[in-house]
Design a protein around this ligand. Structure first.
Ligand SMILES: Nc1ncnc2c1ncn2[C@@H]1O[C@H](COP(=O)(O)OP(=O)(O)OP(=O)(O)O)[C@@H](O)[C@H]1O
Length: 257
């Protein structure tokens, strides 16, 4: 078991509103939860309930909120590599080869050239993309690009990985493959993960805990522990206990949303 007691990320009474045409719209309401060291927390909820907004605040893209967001005991004031992000679309730099996309972050951190080259190969190998070093993003499928995006985030050794619907644009089989890869990489690097997803199965497969937000303004209406043993693999999806928990959650969601 991981030690989740410390709260790597602490979100405390978070409120977020957007102002548009002099009208204020509340998007997140009184959101309080923690993500422990090495813990995977899934966030689910209806469209527009503020899931992406929550990730953007934790990423440090926006500091206009009420309440507290603390990471490693410090208020979040800007984006940082220790909080890596994987988006729904891979967002690779189209003008750079795959190896240079991966090397982009380490170069900005002035890592030694030979280390960058070695690390790039290691991370591309981990995501099964070593044969595509010299390709450009447009030459790869969506699933392959998302593998590269995962490697690009992980090479920075983030303590927290923020994943915003990372596999929702992929077909079912590619999505399963990415979920399998995420489980494998998590076993290896154990980053904490805050995962926004529409897919209850994905949240159940990957997460230790699931936070359910209400319709906007998003408020936490349920927090569920997912106690399946680790290491997990895709066979979990076929198990009776998985189906039982999934149908329990779906029942709760259909009442609450
Ligand atoms: N920059 C912005 N300015 C104004 N309103 C915004 C902005 N970003 C998001 N919103 C509004 O905030 C609400 C929450 O949006 P958000 O994208 O966080 O929801 P979500 O739960 O991630 O939705 P989905 O599941 O459809 O991706 C929406 O009503 C959206 O229109």
């Amino acid at each position: 078991m991981n030690d989740h007691s410390d709260g790597l990320l602490i979100i405390d009474h978070l409120h977020k509103s957007y102002c548009h045409d002099n009208t204020e719209t509340e998007v997140l309401k009184n959101v309080t939860f923690r993500v422990g060291q090495g813990e995977i927390v899934g966030v689910v909820g209806p469209s527009g309930c503020g899931k992406s907004t929550l990730l953007h605040l934790v990423a440090g893209f926006d500091q206009d909120y009420r309440g507290d967001i603390a990471f490693c005991g410090q208020k979040i004031t800007c984006p940082a590599t220790e909080r890596g992000m994987v988006f729904q679309s891979p967002q690779l730099f189209s003008w750079l080869k795959i190896k240079d996309n991966i090397a982009f972050g380490p170069k900005r951190q002035h890592m030694a050239k030979e280390d960058i080259s070695a690390q790039t190969r290691i991370f591309l190998e981990r995501v099964g993309m070593l044969d595509f070093l010299d390709y450009y993003p447009e030459q790869l499928s969506g699933g392959m690009q998302q593998r590269v995006a995962l490697a690009r985030a992980l090479i920075m050794k983030p303590k927290l990985l923020l994943m915003d619907e990372p596999f929702s644009a992929l077909d079912y089989q590619s999505r399963l493959e990415m979920q399998r890869l995420t489980l494998k990489l998590w076993e290896e690097y154990k980053p904490s993960i805050l995962l926004v997803t529409h897919d209850i199965e994905e949240a159940l497969l990957l997460a230790d805990r699931i936070i359910v937000l209400s319709k906007g303004p998003g408020e936490i209406i349920r927090e569920l522990s997912v106690n399946f043993d680790r290491p997990r693999d895709l066979s979990l999806i076929k198990s009776l206990s998985f189906h039982q928990l999934k149908s329990q959650i779906l029942d709760q969601l259909s009442v609450l949303m």
